[in-house]
Design a protein around this ligand. Structure first.
Ligand SMILES: NC(=O)c1ccc[n+]([C@@H]2O[C@H](COP(=O)([O-])OP(=O)(O)OC[C@H]3O[C@@H](n4cnc5c(N)ncnc54)[C@H](OP(=O)(O)O)[C@@H]3O)[C@@H](O)[C@H]2O)c1
Length: 298
C-alpha cells in the first residue's frame, strides 16, 4: 500500500481505517482484533479515532485491542483528536462546546494515551474550529506534547483556509494535515479554497465520510440517487464496485488526499483499496463532481 509522508517521523497508509463507530459494531475485543489484523494485512496501517468517539469509549475500545496484542503497536499509526467537550453523562459539561485551551489539550492527550494503551500518538489533531481559539496557546500546547515525545506530529480537522493559515503561522508551518469532509454530496472544502491552500503548503488532507456515511447509497435521498446513478454507470464502465469509483474520485485529485474508510466490513475496505489501481478519465471525474446537481460548470 502506498504511504504518504506527512513529516520526518510520520507516514500514513493512503487508505485509512476510521473507528468512529467501533463501539457500535457489537464485537468482542477478539473480534475487533481480527478486524484490525485484516486491515493491516491489506496494508491499511493507519487508524483514526477521537477523544469523543463512542461517547468517550471509542479510544478505550481500540486500546483493548492493543493491550491484547502489544506487537500491533509498532505496525500501525494512531490518529486521535482533542478540542470538543461533548455533553455526556460521564462529563460535567452542561452544553457541548469547544475547548482548545493549553490545559485541556495537555489533559486530553494524557487521557487518550492512557485509554489507547500506548505511550505515543502518531498524529494528534484539533478536532474542530474553536471560535475562542488562541493560536499561540494551541501551538504551545502541541509543541510541548511533541517535545515530550507524547505525539509525533500534529494537525487540524474541519478548519477553513483562514483558520488553517492562522494556526499554521503560529506553529511555524508544523500542521501536517487538515482532516476534512469530502464526497460527491459535499464540496465545502473545494468551494472554500481549502484544497488549494493545502496544495500551496504541500500538506495532504485526510478525507472523512468519503461515502457520506453511506448516504451515497440511500434511495430516499434525491441527490444521492442522482450521484448513485453516475457511480453505477462508471462502475459498469470500469468493472469495479460503485464504492471504488467514489474513492477513486478523491484519490485522483492532485492534493494527494488520504480517504478514511468508515465501514465495519473488510469487503468494503477492499473496495476502497481497489481504487488505488483505478485512474478515472478526466471527464468521468467531472461527471461525479456535478452528479448531485449542486455544482455547475461554467
Ligand atoms: N474529523 C471529523 O470531524 C470526522 C467526522 C466524521 C468521521 N470522521 C472519521 O472518518 C471516518 C470515516 O467516516 P464515515 O464513517 O462517515 O465513512 P464512510 O466510509 O463515508 O461511511 C461509512 C458508513 O457507510 C456505510 N456504508 C458503506 N458502504 C455502504 C453501502 N454500499 N450501502 C450502505 N451503507 C454503506 C458503512 O456501513 P458498514 O459498516 O455496514 O459497511 C458505514 O456505516 C470515521 O470513522 C472517523 O474516523 C472524522
Amino acid at each position: 500500500m502506498e504511504k504518504i509522508q506527512l513529516s520526518k517521523d510520520v507516514s500514513l497508509s493512503r487508505i485509512i481505517q476510521g473507528l468512529w463507530h467501533i463501539t457500535d459494531w457489537n464485537r468482542t475485543t477478539a473480534e475487533h482484533y481480527e478486524f484490525i489484523k485484516a486491515c493491516i494485512e491489506l496494508g491499511v496501517t493507519s487508524f483514526d479515532t477521537a477523544e469523543i468517539y463512542g461517547g468517550y469509549e471509542g479510544e478505550a475500545c481500540f486500546g483493548e485491542v492493543l493491550k491484547l496484542d502489544p506487537s500491533l503497536r509498532s505496525q500501525i499509526q494512531i490518529i486521535t483528536k482533542t478540542g470538543i467537550n461533548m455533553k455526556h453523562p460521564n462529563r460535567p459539561y452542561t452544553i457541548s462546546h469547544y475547548d482548545t485551551s493549553y490545559d485541556k489539550i495537555i489533559w486530553s492527550c494524557h487521557e487518550s494515551l492512557r485509554k489507547l494503551n500506548t505511550d505515543v500518538i502518531d498524529l494528534y489533531l484539533v478536532h474542530r474550529e474553536d471560535p475562542m481559539i488562541d493560536h499561540e496557546e494551541v501551538a504551545r500546547a502541541l509543541n510541548d506534547l511533541k517535545a515530550q515525545g507524547l505525539i509525533k506530529a500534529y494537525g487540524v480537522s474541519n478548519f477553513d483556509p483562514f483558520k488553517f493559515e492562522a494556526l499554521q503561522a503560529a506553529t511555524g508551518n508544523q500542521l501536517v494535515t487538515n482532516q476534512i469532509e469530502w464526497n460527491p454530496l459535499v464540496h465545502e472544502h473545494i468551494e472554500s479554497g481549502m484544497l488549494d491552500v493545502l496544495q500551496m503548503h504541500h500538506v495532504h488532507p485526510m478525507i472523512w465520510s468519503p461515502l457520506a456515511q453511506g448516504r451515497l447509497f440511500n434511495p430516499d435521498n434525491p441527490k444521492a440517487v442522482k450521484v448513485a446513478a453516475v457511480l453505477n454507470e462508471l462502475a459498469a464502465k470500469y468493472k469495479v464496485a460503485p464504492e471504488t469509483i467514489a474513492f477513486a474520485y478523491i484519490l485522483m485529485h492532485p492534493v494527494k488526499a488520504m480517504p478514511i474508510s468508515g465501514s465495519s466490513q473488510i469487503s468494503r475496505l477492499k473496495n476502497a483499496i481497489a481504487a488505488l489501481d483505478l485512474k478515472l478519465d478526466r471527464e468521468d471525474w467531472y461527471k461525479i463532481y456535478i452528479s448531485s446537481g449542486d455544482k455547475r460548470l461554467r
